[in-house]
Design a protein around this ligand. Structure first.
Ligand code: AMP
Length: 209
């Protein structure tokens, strides 16, 4: 089973994708996390994408296609994947629709104001990549990662100017893909402005259909 989860930055895609992946034993494929791993490991890809990501722009399609194909061949993804943050452009969708059979596409909706407020309070562990939110997904000890006690940081691209750029890209390139999902009869629209567990049960309900 392959599921696309999409929505504006801050809509909770990462949190929900992680829960869905656990429930259905799928691979949680976050393109942003995969790219951050490349940067952390100082690979050739990492060197190419670091400056692009810091500005909040999209990295080239040949790179995202290569990453998606590599992961699809790994044994962790043998049951399928939850795609979080992929595809984000028409080019990426062309590549994806040729290489993957998608069963459902779930849109999480959120207003821009709410998205910006949520992202401003987002923090990440620089070591393991786990996400937190200072308001509704707090670490057990303030400022430290629950998994490895590393000091949490704010992502460079979570600053106001970069967030605006990312939201602009979302509405101009990613959200328009929903007409493709609608034509395929696989689109489900879910309100992301609810408590995490309520959004999750709405998603499970949609997946049952
Ligand atoms: P995210 O962690 O999903 O917020 O993504 C962080 C950044 O990674 C984005 O602002 C882009 O620079 C890059 N990125 C993530 N997913 C994609 C994608 N599908 N296509 C191109 N760039 C991406």
């Amino acid at each position: 089973m392959n599921i696309i989860l999409f929505g504006p930055q801050g809509s909770g895609k990462g949190t929900q994708a992680e829960a869905i992946a656990k429930e259905f034993k799928l691979y949680h494929f976050s393109m942003g996390d995969e790219l951050r791993k490349e940067i952390k490991n100082k690979t050739e890809i990492g060197k190419k994408v670091e400056a692009i990501m810091a500005k909040g722009e999209l990295v080239p399609t040949e790179i995202t296609s290569q990453i998606a194909l590599n992961i699809s061949k790994s044994k962790e993804s043998k049951n399928g994947m939850v795609f979080d943050g992929y595809p984000r452009s028409a080019d990426q969708w062309v590549f994806m629709s040729k290489n993957f059979k998608i069963d459902s596409a779930i849109e999480l909706t959120l207003s821009d104001k709410e998205a910006i407020d949520r992202i401003a309070s987002r923090r990440i562990c620089p070591k393991c990549g786990k996400n937190y939110n200072l308001i509704w997904l707090k670490p057990k000890v303030a400022g430290l990662c629950d998994v490895d006690q590393e000091k949490l940081i704010q992502r460079n691209d979570d600053k106001p100017k970069e967030i605006k750029e990312r939201l602009k890209i979302y509405y101009s390139q990613t959200e328009p893909l929903k007409k493709e999902y609608k034509n395929l009869g696989i689109l489900h629209v879910i309100c992301g402005n609810k408590p995490i567990k309520d959004v999750y049960s709405d998603i499970l309900e949609a997946l049952k259909q």
